[in-house]
Design a binder for this molecule. Sequence first.
Ligand code: NAD
Length: 355
Amino acid sequence: MTDPVTPAPSDLAFVPFVSVDHMMGLVHHIGIRTVLGDLARAIEADFRRWPAFDKTPRVASHSDVGVIELMPTSDGETYGFKYVNGHPSNTRDGLQTVTAFGLLADVTTGYPKLLSEMTLLTALRTAATSAMAARHLAPKGAGTMAMIGNGAQAEFQCLAFQAVCGVDHVRLYDLDPRATEKCARNLQGSGLRVTPCISAEQAMEGARIVTTCTADKQYATILTDNMIGSGVHINAIGGDCPGKTELARDILLRSDIFVEYPPQTRVEGEIQQLPADHPVTELWQVISGAAPGRRSAGQITLFDSVGFAVEDFAALRYVHDAIQGTEFYTRLDMLADPDDPRDLFGMLQRAAPAG
Ligand code: NAD
């Protein structure tokens, strides 16, 4: 079968582009649970070869209301980056808090080989990363998760924990009851038991996994110390920017903390509340077997997630492979590529309107 995505050499100037419509089509074509499981495996495989990646904390441009970030990485063969914003007040104007797009390029030529929407893909990869981390850190047999913050990311998180960790009951809480109603409605027919709650405390009842996924640019206290008993796994997603956290500091002091890339998480994660030398474990070390994950039933584990470039890289490579032989992309005329590489001007000249 011909491969329409990997272009013939003369076609290298045409870049496969995955739009939002394509991404939705692709996810439905494959099935969302399969996508989440595949992404968890793809991300885990790249965490296992962590030292192979060129890593840098993301480049962030902060304002009073939000942040715009670039997230680059490379494995020496392929380069990738994501553009992503975080603007908690956007939802008041009917806009998304987080939007994103990303690109993969061939390191040998520097030519892009994929441009993709990443607003949906970020929600999918964040959920897949959370569930992948929980598989190593959460107590065995934990079937109930408290889901605090029921906005754009929430359903993705619930479905990933169902698909990857076997969670069968989610207890939802959001400051805004309409968000909880929306989340409960969207999860109907998912096979999950869904319990809407009227407080974070109520959501925590019987839950041995808690995901915090709220958006507010402040040092918030979504979870107070008394809410976290022994043997709980905390998947903290929403604190991902300087001055934006979700957990009471005392919880951090009682937890074993796992992070993606310490130089980024020290600035952006929950651990910005702690001294710079507070011990943390890098998740890739747990995945590669170099460090233990959960050691005892009573331990409190915390995945202080901020989102790292390697996760986006893995997700983009997954999409690049998944669109092969499908109609879920278009070819963008994105690179000026004259037949004689030094005759860029001639190409422009020949395109002049006749007359
Ligand atoms: P969203 O704005 O769609 O949803 C956030 C929800 O949190 C809203 O429904 C809001 O009512 C609720 N909320 C705010 N304060 C609350 C509180 N005190 N208690 C309970 N609920 C509260 O945002 P989203 O797209 O779902 O993103 C959520 C957060 O996750 C953002 O902060 C975003 O930056 C972060 N995020 C992190 C990663 C990562 O990799 N770690 C990836 C994507 C998004």
